[in-house]
Design a protein around this ligand. Structure first.
Ligand code: ADP
Ligand code: MG
Length: 253
C-alpha cells in the first residue's frame, strides 16, 4: 500500500480577469507522504495559496488531478468535498482565524464536534492536544487574551484535532517574531511525526530549510524542488517577506 497522502498531477489553474487569463499554476505535480514536512517558497503572486486551496479541496483545478489518500477529488460533489475538508484536512492560516467568542479549548472542541466527537471525549482530546503544544494553562482563555504565538498554537491544535490525514498551512509564521516562528515550526514538525499527517507549508521564512524534509520553489505557477544549499546562500536571520523572496529568487535564477 502506498503511503502517498496527497498527489497533484499536472495541475493547472487559470483565472479570467478582465478578458485576460492569469495562469496561477502551470503543470504542477507533487506527491506528499505521511509524516513529512514540505515547504513551498516563492514570490508574492506566484500561486502558493492557489496551490494550497486546490490541495485542500477548496477549489478545483482547471486541469490535472488531485488525489487524497488515493481518492480522486475531481468527481466529488460539493457535499463530498466539504466532508473531505472537515474530516481529512486541517488548515492553518496566517491570521490564526480562531473563533473569538470561544476559549482555546472550545476552539479545538468545535473542530472535534464537526467530526461527531462531543462532550468529555472532545474536552479530553482538546486538553491533550493543547498540552502537547504547551498550552495546558491556557485552556480556558479567550483568543483575545492570548499572545499571537499562543493563538497560532491553538490553531495548530485545531488543525490536528480532526485526526485527518493532511495539514495545510499558509504562511503560518508570518505574524510571529523570530523565536515564536521557530518554536511553532518545531511543534508542527513534532506533531506531524507523532500523529502522522504530513504538513504542506507555504512560508517566507528562510530558516524553514532546517525543519522541512523537502523544499520547493514556486514561481510563475511552476513548482520545482530546491536544495537547502540554494536557500541557505541567502538564509540570513531576520530577513522575511518580499525582501527575502527577492534575494532567494535572485539566487535561484
Ligand atoms: P501567492 O499565494 O503565491 O501570493 P496566489 O495563489 O494568491 O499567489 O495568486 C496567484 C495568481 O493568481 C495571482 O496573479 C492572483 O492574482 C491570481 N488569483 C488567485 N486567486 C484568484 C481568484 N480567485 N480570481 C482571480 N485571480 C486569482
Ligand atoms: Mg498567498
Amino acid at each position: 500500500m502506498s503511503d502517498v497522502v496527497l498527489r497533484l498531477e499536472h495541475v493547472t489553474k487559470s483565472f479570467e480577469i478582465g478578458g485576460t487569463t492569469v495562469r496561477a499554476l502551470d503543470d504542477v505535480s507533487l506527491e506528499v507522504r505521511s509524516g513529512e514536512v514540505v515547504a513551498i517558497m516563492g514570490p508574492s503572486g506566484s500561486g502558493k495559496t492557489t496551490m494550497l486551496t486546490i490541495a485542500g479541496a477548496l477549489q478545483q483545478p482547471t486541469s490535472g488531478t488531485v488525489e487524497l489518500n488515493g481518492q480522486p477529488l475531481q468527481n466529488c460533489s460539493q457535499a463530498e468535498l466539504s466532508k473531505v475538508r472537515r474530516e481529512q484536512i486541517g488548515f492553518i492560516f496566517q491570521s490564526f482565524n480562531l473563533l473569538q467568542a470561544l476559549t482555546a479549548s472550545e476552539n479545538v472542541q468545535y473542530a472535534l464536534e464537526l467530526r461527531g466527537i462531543k462532550g468529555k471525549a472532545a474536552r479530553d482530546r482538546a486538553r491533550n492536544l493543547l498540552g502537547m503544544l504547551g498550552l495546558e494553562n491556557r485552556l480556558n482563555q479567550l483568543p483575545g487574551r492570548l499572545s499571537g504565538g499562543e493563538q497560532q498554537r491553538v490553531a495548530v491544535a485545531r488543525a490536528f484535532a480532526n485526526g485527518g490525514s493532511l495539514i495545510l498551512a499558509d504562511e503560518p509564521t508570518a505574524n510571529l517574531d523570530h523565536a515564536r516562528s521557530i518554536s511553532l515550526m518545531e511543534m508542527l514538525k513534532a506533531l506531524s511525526r507523532d500523529l502522522g499527517p504530513p504538513v504542506v507549508m507555504v512560508t517566507h521564512d528562510l530558516r524553514i530549510h532546517q525543519l522541512a524534509d523537502r523544499l520547493f520553489w514556486l514561481e510563475g505557477g511552476h513548482l520545482r524542488p530546491v536544495t537547502p544549499e540554494e536557500i541557505h546562500i541567502v538564509g540570513t536571520q531576520g530577513a522575511g517577506g518580499k525582501e527575502a523572496d527577492a534575494r532567494v529568487g535572485a539566487v535561484l535564477k
